[in-house]
Structures are given as C-alpha cells and as structure tokens.
Design a protein around this ligand. Structure first.
Ligand code: WT7
Length: 670
C-alpha cells in the first residue's frame, strides 16, 4: 500500500498539452488568482456574454466577519447575463451547433440517443415557453423530480432561461422528503417523469410525486401544475420483467399534463431573460445537522464562471473529447459537472440512466469503451463496489481513451485509489480527488491532472481563487504541518450566497464558529509537503455512499415510532459505503425489541427519508450513555459501533456506568 510519501507524477505523454502542465505553473497561477482576482476572473468572464458588462468597482464584495455586519458575498454585482444563453446560443453562434452535447445511454444497453447543441437550444426554448404558459416567471421556484434523461437537462436550462429557480430533489428521496422540500420553497409547478428503470428495479416516479402532492395539499399547499415526461413507453424493460398494466400512470385532470403534448405546440423561439449576476439560478437542498434540510442558493454570474473554470482545468477538457460524470443530476455534482460546467465549455458528455451493475458488473467499462470516454468522474463508493469483482471485467474492455479519472463525495481510501489508478487508468491516467460541497458550487481542493504530483488519498491543493486555512480549536491559524478545522478566508465566485428564506441559519451554520471564515464542517491535515488530507466531518453529519445526512435527521425519524423513546445514531465505517448508519434505540416499557420492530423502523426511515438512508444496524440500548448535563455521548457510541471495547474510564462523566455494559451486550439486529 502507498504511504504518505508515495507520489505519482502526471503521465508526460498524456498531459504534454495540458492547460496547466507543470506544478510551477499551477503555483504561479494560483498566486495570481489570490493576489489579483479581478484580473484572473475578469479574463475568464470575458469569454461569456454579459448584456450589462461587469463593473470593476463592484467586481467582488464580501463580508465573512459577523462582528462587522451581515455576512454576504457578491460577484459581478450589477452585471446582467443569462446562463442558458451562454451555454447554448453562444456555443451555437461559435460554430458548435452540430456538436453533440449529450450521448444519452439508457438503463438498457439497447436504448441510447444523442442531442446536439442546436437541438438542445430548440428544446430548451420550447420548454421555457411551456413554463411561461403555466404562469412561471422570474424568481418562481420549480420543483423537479426526474431521472437521468435528456428532458431533465432541458428542464433545468428552460428554468434558467426565464429566470425561474429550479429546485431538484434527487429521485431517490421519499414522497415525504420531497413534500417537505416542495413546501419549503413554495413551488407551484412540478416536473417529473412517469417512471424509470434502474437496473431491474422500476421506480414509479409519478406516483411518488402524487403522494408528495397529496401530502402538500393536506398542509394547505397546492401544486397547480404537474408536467410528466412519458418515458417508460419508449425504453426497453429489463429482460423478463414486465410492468403490470395496472401500473399505468394516473393523471389528474386540470393539474397533470404530458410533457410531450405540451412541447408539441410550443414555439422554439424564446428570448432569454437578462438576469442580475446575483439573481438566484437554483436551489438545492442539503442535510443540516438539525435535521431540517437547508436550501442552498447559488446565483447566476459567479456560479457560471466557477463551474466553467473548474470543469476546464480539473478535467483538462479539450475540444472533441468525451466526458462522463456518473453522478445523478439530483446532487450538486450533477448540477455543476453533468449540466452547467460541461455545457459552458461546449463539451460532449455522456448522460447515463442506469447503474454500474446492469446488465452486468462491467457496465461502466462497457460505456467508457462505447463512447471512447476521455474523462471519467465517479464516487469512491462505486469504485469500492466495483473493485470487489474480477479485474477481468475491467480488462476485457478497451479503456485506452481515458486520460483523467475523477473521484468525489467522500475521502478515497488509498486501496481504492490504487485500484482505480492501476486497473481503470492503466497506470497512466491522472486521478483528481476533488473535495467540495453542495455549498461550494464547484471543486475547491483538487489536483490538476497535468500539473499536480498525486498522493493517493490526498485532495492535494486549493483550486484557483481558493485560499485554504486550517484552524485549531481556539480559532488560531495553523501554519505548515498540522491538523485542524478546514475553513476558507475569502469567497470564490461559486460559493453559495445564502440559504433559501433563512439567512440567519446561513450565518449561524457556516460563519459563527470562527469569525472571518467560512467553515466547511470538515477537518483536514496538511503534511510536510503542503498536501491537504481531508479527514472527514467534525459535526454530527455522516456520509453514506456519498450521501451526506445528519444523525439528527435519522434520530427524529426513529423516535417517531410509538415504541421508541430515545434514539442515537452514529457512523460506522463500512467497506463499500464508506460509512453506514449504526442506530441505538431505547424502547418504551410496552415495546419488545424484536424483528417486527426492526422492520418497522427500517421501513419508517425508508419512507421518511429514502432507501439510501436505511440503517445497517439497529441496536437495543435500554439506556444511552449521557453526560451529567444529559448530552448523549456519541464518542462512546461510535466506539461501541466499531466494536472497540476499550472505552476508557467512563465513571467521571456518566450518570449511569451500567449503560455502557448494557449497550455492548445488548441485542443487535442487522
Ligand atoms: C461533503 C459534502 C461535493 C459533491 C458531492 C458531495 C465530503 C466530498 C470529498 C473528497 C473527502 C469529501 C465532505 C464534504 N467530501 N468530496 N474528495 N474528499 N471528503 O456534496 O453532499 O454537499 O457533501 O462530502 O465531508 O463536506 P455534499
């Protein structure tokens, strides 16, 4: 296994012509971006169309220090533009009209299609006109619950064209979670599809939406229009699986309409709405440590410039290459690196509907070979799942087109890194371990594939415009080697601006702990060579297969059950998922801890949050260990979870020493 000192250099042949091809050049440009952001970002911003040009006096203003007043960040304030114009019209004008924007690869290998920039523009204009005809205008929120199909991209860009704020919810969230998000952002229009196949599983998206809309109606919120893409009828069902006829999608008269019917008669001309650089582009919910999701707001101008720049340099994307990011569009990775970043660069991408395991465990490699993918971007959890299979599954495919391999969502362990490097990258591709968050809009710590000597497991160095600071517990900056809180002391263009309808929570969550800094919630270590190693969350968040969630969120669902009086959830390391949920529950006097209860609890979590949040272990805890002030001692629980019996001398802080013992030998249900 590689040690911290192991270094892999970018392959000189593959990266001879990289945009940034020496580490010296990276360092120089990084310094320039920090010393002179106006010049650095100004040069890049020039490549875009601004209806009202950028005013150098209002280039970037911000306050990160609550003692000096409200927290804010503004980039290019006063300038106006439209991101759909820049991603579509501008590219068509520059001669890319017939270039393929997306190769769509369906769940079933027999299903595929493609869409050019010209066609995409036409579709976006048509759907923008449909939205307008439903009364949607600038600033309105549009709820989206869609699979990985071309209409999803069209939907987002159509919203952007008219200045509506899209609010995508990952189509793996439950009806309850979706309803909560629809109501929080007060969306009156919902866009979805009838259903989708993921492997051999059928997801009835519209019926989940129906349940969500019903929930909303019960709380007095009416969704007025629901537009449904008819998708199931045009794709191949997995072999041997037949959809029951009774699964036919019910449509409510006056509210629900088919996408295809509406688009047919819509005009393909739609003049873009010129938006302020600081007008919201979209919102995206992310888990918060209190359990209530946070609606992260990204704005137009800064996000556009940052998504475009990170995409170009981090993937070293060159014209005519084919790029593939496997992330679902329901997450920020999908927003920035399936939609906005690639399109801003006139790139050709693969949009994949399926899973890595269908029809076989070599599907990813089959798709890479089919489209001759040059940049491949996925998550450590997928890599860990795939490396369990025979390497022959990788080796039977010609993957020689690959140059850059990306990783995102959680720390990549050195074993997975080495496997990715050796078997997928054939020891010649660069691996970019990209650290970022929903809140950061784009990559903030990452190697550059032609420039950065790689250390397996390290996200390495900050991107242009980003200044990393490590702080100790007292808020003192750690110079050189050391470990501490990972924070930033200035904004880059893609940083979120606020939380929807909740600027107080924005200030409290990200800026209150250390005045003057944006706090990521992660810890990091800087080694002797200056490399950054992200060590994981320092708050009560956990990361299951790259899905961030809060322990509080799961605890509150568990205690909803009548038989549960108290619950505590901690993360337990998991070989594939990275982390999994380990739940301790205290039952009330009338409830037996048995299989029936276990199943009810698992079902409840699936229903309230989504299948990805299902606990791996639920343990009976007749009493939870607590401090004198009544705080649950998670440190102890985490140790129990990883089966470490050496929990020190608890007598000093426990109200009841016995509870630890009970815990360790308590019943355990998997
Ligand atoms: C959290 C953000 C970034 C888009 C997908 C997740 C963890 C993310 C890395 C990485 C170590 C990582 C952090 C972060 N994380 N990428 N390369 N190395 N940790 O977005 O749901 O907002 O989650 O994911 O803990 O704070 P998100």
């Amino acid at each position: 296994m590689p040690s911290e000192k192991t270094i892999y250099l970018p392959n000189s042949n593959l990266f001879k012509n990289a945009y940034i091809n020496t580490f010296e050049q990276y360092k120089e440009l990084h310094k320039h971006s920090i010393d002179n952001p106006e010049e650095f970002w100004g040069e890049i911003a020039k490549q875009f169309y601004w209806e009202t040009p950028i005013d150098i006096d209002k280039f970037c203003t911000y306050n990160f220090d609550f003692r000096k007043g409200p927290i804010f960040t503004k980039w290019f304030d006063g300038a106006t533009t439209n991101i759909s114009y820049n991603l579509l019209d501008r590219n068509v004008r520059n001669g890319h009209g017939d270039k393929i924007a997306y190769y769509w690869e369906g769940n079933h290998p027999d299903d595929y299609s493609r869409l050019t920039y010209k066609k995409l523009l036409e579709q976006v204009c048509k759907f923008a006109n449909v939205l307008k005809s439903k009364g949607i205008k600038k600033g309105d929120r549009v709820a989206v619950y869609m699979p990985m199909i071309l209409e999803s991209i069209v939907t987002l860009l159509a919203c952007a064209r008219i200045g509506a704020i899209h609010s995508l919810v990952f189509a793996g969230f439950s009806a309850d979670s979706f309803a909560e998000r629809i109501m929080d952002c007060n969306a009156r229009v919902l866009i979805t599809a009838d259903g989708v196949w993921r492997g051999e599983k059928h997801l009835a998206l519209k019926s989940i939406c129906d349940q969500a809309m019903e929930k909303c109606a019960k709380s007095g919120h009416n969704v007025e229009h629901c537009i449904v893409v008819s998708h199931l009828g045009r794709v191949t069902s997995p072999a041997g699986v037949q959809l029951n006829q009774s699964n036919k999608t019910p449509m409510r008269h006056g509210r629900d309409e088919w996408w295809q019917d509406l688009i047919e008669t819509a005009s393909s001309l739609c003049y873009p709405e010129w938006l302020q650089a600081e007008d919201p582009l979209f919102m995206l919910y992310t888990s918060g440590s209190t359990g209530k999701p946070k609606g992260v707001i990204h704005t137009t101008g800064g996000y556009m410039v940052y998504a475009a720049t990170t995409f170009k340099y981090v993937f070293d994307y060159k014209p005519n290459e084919v790029y593939w990011c496997t992330a679902d569009i329901g997450w920020i990775t999908g927003h920035t690196y399936v939609v906005y970043g690639p399109l801003a660069n006139a790139a050709t991408s693969v949009l994949f509907e399926g899973t890595p395991f269908y029809p076989d465990n070599d599907r990813f490699w089959r798709v890479v070979e089919k489209y001759k993918v040059n940049q491949f971007y996925t998550a450590p959890t997928a890599i860990r799942a795939l490396m369990k299979f025979d390497n022959e599954l990788v080796q039977r495919h010609n993957l020689s087109s690959l140059r850059v391999l990306g990783s995102v969502g959680e720390p990549i362990n050195p074993e997975a890194w080495m496997w990715y490097y050796k078997y997928v990258g054939n020891e010649k591709c660069s691996i970019v371990d990209t650290f970022w968050q929903t809140e950061t809009g784009g990559h903030v710590i990452t190697p550059l594939p032609g420039a950065t000597p790689m250390k397996p497991g390290s996200a390495s160095f900050p991107f242009f415009g980003v200044q990393v600071v490590l702080l100790d517990e007292c808020g003192k900056e750690i110079e050189g080697e050391g470990e501490g809180y990972l924070v930033f002391n200035r904004p880059w263009p893609g940083l979120m601006r606020t939380l929807y309808n909740n600027h107080d929570r924005y200030e409290n969550t990200y800026f209150n702990k250390f005045p003057g800094y944006y706090c990521t919630g992660d810890g990091a270590r800087r080694d002797a060579n200056g490399y950054l190693w992200v060590t994981g969350r320092v708050d009560d968040m956990l990361n299951v297969s790259g899905h961030l969630m809060s322990t509080a969120e799961v605890e509150s669902v568990l205690t909803e059950h009548r038989g549960i009086s108290e619950a505590a959830v901690v993360a337990k390391p998991h070989p594939v998922k990275g982390e999994c949920l380990y739940c301790f529950v205290t039952t009330n006097d009338h409830t037996k801890f048995d299989d029936k209860l276990l199943n009810e609890l698992k079902k409840l979590v699936r229903e309230r949050i989504g299948p990805f949040a299902q606990p791996d272990v639920i343990q009976n805890a007749p009493q939870l260990p607590k401090t004198r002030s009544g705080k649950i001692m998670r440190r102890i629980l985490r140790k129990v979870a990883i089966n470490n019996r050496n929990i020190g001398d608890p007598s000093k802080s426990f109200t009841n020493e016995m509870s630890v013992i009970t815990l360790q030998f308590g019943q355990c249900g998997n």
